[in-house]
Design a protein around this ligand. Structure first.
Ligand code: MNH
Length: 150
């Protein structure tokens, strides 16, 4: 589990992502779909779109913004308020039907994108982000267990 210091370390370089969630979220989703094309099929809105149609796509940018804002909320809360991820796990398991393995995949993508785009993101910060996203996945996994979903 990530320490409070690790949440603070991640927040110390999260400013650009908090300020521009749509742009970073767009890159994360595009990279997710490239890395793991299966993941695109899990989004009814995006399943049938070509790579070209995913460029400068306002829906993709909007959804990227939604994802990044929720992640920022989790970071700022320090993983304390269990309800944030309980609600997220419920919608993703029951409504969107996203197997938990995809949270591992998107976490790796987020680490990769942040390492590329954020200046001064050193190895300590990388480890902190990895651990914080591990905490995110663990907590999501506990809710998935309760819901009896893969
Ligand atoms: Mn996801 C909707 C946050 C990872 C597929 N996601 C939402 C919503 C939020 C959100 C917030 C809108 C509210 C809700 O339905 O609960 N999602 C996240 C976060 C992560 C995440 C913070 C991880 C980080 N989501 C994923 C992954 C997938 C996925 C991984 C699939 C591979 N999410 C969806 C789908 C929707 C959604 C599908 C519904 C989109 C729509 O049609 O509007």
């Amino acid at each position: 589990c990530a320490s409070a210091a690790e949440f603070i370390s991640v927040l110390s370089f999260w400013g650009p992502l908090k300020a521009d969630p749509k742009s970073y979220g767009e890159v994360v989703l595009q990279r997710l779909f490239e890395t793991k094309p299966d993941s695109q099929k899990l989004f009814p809105k995006f399943a049938d779109l070509s790579k070209e149609q995913l460029q400068n796509n306002p829906d993709l940018q909007a959804h990227g913004g939604i994802v990044l804002c929720k992640l920022t909320e989790f970071l700022q809360d320090g993983g304390q308020d269990k309800k944030i991820l309980k609600d997220l796990a419920e919608s993703h398991a029951k409504l969107h039907k996203i197997p938990r393995i995809y949270f591992q995949i998107i976490s790796d993508v987020i680490c990769e994108v942040v390492a590329e785009k954020i200046e001064g993101f050193d190895t300590d910060a990388q480890t902190a982000l990895k651990n914080v996203l591990k905490t995110f996945q663990t907590q999501m996994g506990e809710h998935y267990d309760e819901l009896g979903f893969d």
